[in-house]
Design a protein around this ligand. Sequence first.
Ligand code: KG4
Length: 340
Amino acid sequence: MSICILGIESSCDDTAAAVVCDGYLLSNVVASQKVHEAYGGVVPELASRAHQQNIVPVVHEALRQAGVAKEDVSAIAFTRGPGLLGSLLVGVSFAKGMAAALGVPMIDVNHLSGHVLAHFIKEKGAEETKRPSFPFLCLLVSGGNSQIILVRAYNNMEILGQTIDDAAGESIDKCSKVMGLGYPGGPVIDKLARQGNPKAFTFSKPNIPGLDYSFSGLKTSFLYFLRDRVHESPDFIAHHQADLAASLEATVVDILMDKLRKAVKQYNLKDVALAGGVSANTGLRNAFHDHARRYGWNVYIPKFGYTTDNAAMIAITGYFKYQDKAFCPMEAPAYSRVSI
Ligand code: KG4
């Protein structure tokens, strides 16, 4: 009999559901919430309401596309945390209700390990891609996280370093907001950066011990720099958009790669993976490939659709946990903050 896992993700502003059967992804549906664009960032209350509207049709569509009947679902995997509590509660409560109705077990998934295990998503009929072998290092960079993770096994991960303040994506988003580029700024900065000079401007880099990151200093130095220049010449931003974007991106990438190189040396590992929404960034991808050439790293970058928030990564993590019978009780609450 097939093992079919329905995965549900609702930790931030994407309502997502996916089905993995016998290790293969059969459907992956995401409803992104446009409502936040007008505010320049995710508004938690609005996110929760949108999840309420989206969750039923999204789950329905994921099952339909997979060709799997509700009765054939073996277990429901759901993001339990970390994330926005109101958003999480929608997915967690839905998963509980559906699991109770179907009489199937529930599997709680840590959103962060989901991002890491996105590297193991397999599609039917697709060419077999190379996957990292354990143990490996994973740089997880998203709107809310910047971490270096030692991945010993599917169910054994350790955070070696993480941001002590802002995340890399958050810092790019805030800087781009100040430049008047809208939200989320990451993709716009990426596009502009391709036409600019990464050495045009210099912004401060943090000096943090160990493998931890810090991005709030960069954000502040960017803001002060712009304030002074705009004071002298009001059109400064408009005239230097591409150079500003390229220099900002280059600084973020340098900060990320400096610590990652340190971790690779310290742990003497060659398999290095990238995960999270910021891994879509061209400068960061180029830096990974450059490090592969220069230092002999084996680098792994998942398909874009699997790097941003999605339920395929929750379903595949649920599939691995199902093999270990790692189920969770019905009373398990959502959690907003958690380590791996
Ligand atoms: O993993 P993700 O979808 O979820 C959150 O943690 O929110 O990551 C979203 C982040 C945002 O900060 C967005 O600006 C950033 O990923 N991002 C990018 C690019 N595409 C998305 N940052 C830089 N360059 C990109 N091409």
